[in-house]
Design a binder for this molecule. Structure first.
Ligand code: CA
Length: 228
């Protein structure tokens, strides 16, 4: 499970450093913010794959940021794990009610943090995990970076691979071009929506060999969906 871009929002430099070092060691890319204002600027800019969010921050409480993210159509799917020294059960409930996906009480071990991140990604962003997935005979294995249709190997470019991985982990749901840009391209300020159509076309062409191209449906006026 490598290469996720994780934003660490934590105002205590020593804790921030400890978390960042461990995340980088595990192969993640780390961005850092010391308060909610900095975090919000970065979130708009990079749309991170996951946010580790301290509760007690110098400007606004972490729970306020969690609520704002959940109310934002473009950001509501970003997984959030709250970090806190507040161990009360009522605090935990408040954190989860604010929209956090999980809650870790300080002090925590790096091992526990990594396990929680893995579990949250598996649940909320399976396209970022290394779990192999198969639908209708079409199989994708992120670990070996291989795709096959009914056992026949299919060759895909890197973007088509990511696109197919996202569809396979989110079947039956329609995604607009902008949503696909957010989810598959990530930071896409300079990418046009038409680019999505180009890569969908390439993906379908590659899947034609095993007749899996019909899995990727165009939903008129809305976007695309994988329909099993
Ligand atoms: Ca703090």
């Amino acid at each position: 499970m490598n290469g996720s871009e994780i934003l660490v929002v934590e105002d205590e430099p020593a804790i921030q450093e400890l978390i960042a070092v461990n995340l980088e060691h595990a192969g993640h890319r780390v961005r850092r913010a010391y308060n909610v204002a900095e975090a919000e600027n970065l979130i708009r800019e990079i749309r991170p794959d996951l946010i580790l969010l301290d509760w007690m921050l110098p400007d606004v409480a972490g729970t306020v940021l969690a609520r704002r993210l959940r109310a934002d159509a473009r950001m509501k799917d970003i997984p959030v794990i709250m970090l806190t020294a507040r161990a009360q059960e009522t605090d935990k409930v408040e954190g989860l009610e604010a929209g956090a996906d999980d809650y870790i009480t300080k002090p925590f071990s790096p091992k526990e943090l990594m396990a929680r991140i893995k579990a949250v990604l598996r649940r909320r962003a399976p396209q970022l995990t290394d779990d192999a997935i198969e639908i209708g005979g079409l199989r994708l294995d992120p670990a070996s970076h291989r795709v096959s249709g009914n056992g026949t190997e299919i060759s895909l470019g890197p973007t088509e691979f990511k696109l197919l991985h996202f569809f396979l982990t989110h079947p039956e749901r329609v995604y607009s071009r902008v949503q696909l840009l957010d989810q598959v391209w990530g930071d896409h300020v300079f990418v046009e929506e038409r680019t999505v159509d180009v890569h969908i076309r390439r993906l379908r062409q590659a899947l034609e060999a095993t007749q899996h191209d019909s899995l990727i449906e165009t939903v008129r006026g809305t976007g695309y969906r994988l329909h099993a």
